[in-house]
Design a protein around this ligand. Sequence first.
Ligand SMILES: [Zn+2]
Length: 394
Amino acid sequence: MSADFSFKLQATLGHARAGQVTTPHGVVNTPMFMPVGTVASVKSLDAQDVQATGAEIILANTYHLGIREQSLYSLEMSGGIHDFMHWQLPVLTDSGGFQVFSLGAQLPHNSGTIPAQVDDSGVLFRSHLDGSKQFFTAERSIELQRTIGADIIMAFDELQPDAFTETQARTSLNRTHSWAGRCLDHWNKHGRLSRYGKYQALFGIAQGGLHKELRRESVAFMAAHDFDGIAIGGETIGYNSKGTAQIMEWVRDLLPNDKPRYAMGLGRDLSDIALAANIGFDMFDCVGPTRLARNGALLFGEIVFDGTTFRVDSPFPRGRLAIGREQYSKDLSVLDKNCDCHTCRAGYSRAYLRHLFRSKELSYYRLASIHNVRAMLRAVQTVRLIILKNGVGE
Ligand SMILES: [Zn+2]
């Protein structure tokens, strides 16, 4: 931690936590959902649209920006990602660890195994854009993140699939820990600063798949080192709710109270916000809400607290209104009369939104994405208020 970065736990309610993360670009109230701006853009939204949803931090992807050489050059000329995309609030970048394994390919994806070539030095892979050969290491990941200039950066890790045997998982975890140490060294070597002279907080990523002992060992390792926050990564997190909750149960007692806890890839819809709160994560991100919007699933519901747990109250299955359904062609009511997003406040009807969706009109993607991102942000704001009102102050 430094004067430019801190975390303050304000209150707890069961495992749920409310806190504040202070960064060089402002304060993030937690729990917080972070919309994903893969290539310095939250799909179909501009920075003003995103800010109007109440988002206080966004995520950008080091892999996607790093393999676009010209774009990275433009970003650097702009003085970093904030000025590049006209977003003056906090930004977090992932390390590229997830994408080099999920998107970078040495061989066609047909074997069911990880196609990138990995050894202790780093990962050799081909760009999914143009097939060019790329080599990511712990040091290169930190360098790219220093160039992007986010407020919070992540240590480079090896994505550990759930299918790994214990032996494979052990080898992989040792590598992730060795890379975490190299990231810390490289970060310290450059004074923990971006290329633009601003403090960058570094979070470690605990892996370990579905192996309890490895998960505990990994969280203990990250907690023992000088990271500003601790993330939980891996295939299960955000993809499998039960697995995510199970892993959190295994490691919770090892997580320091005074550091933010980040679930990587969690936050597909409103039910994941209830989950994140119930199991005690402070920060989480997912492409889910904007992807669901583009596919015609509009988030609909409110978060309620029943005295012990948070849950979603919604008239629709899984809290999703399927706007493409024929019934909405005759429905002139506003999308969600209880929603305060731009789309609903402006009064766009379900019939009109269905028409735009069916016609694949570009304006649909913006209006639907604004609604879904706002629904997520309203949900975390509701959770936070409930924790502050009913919880135990720190
Ligand atoms: Zn709305």
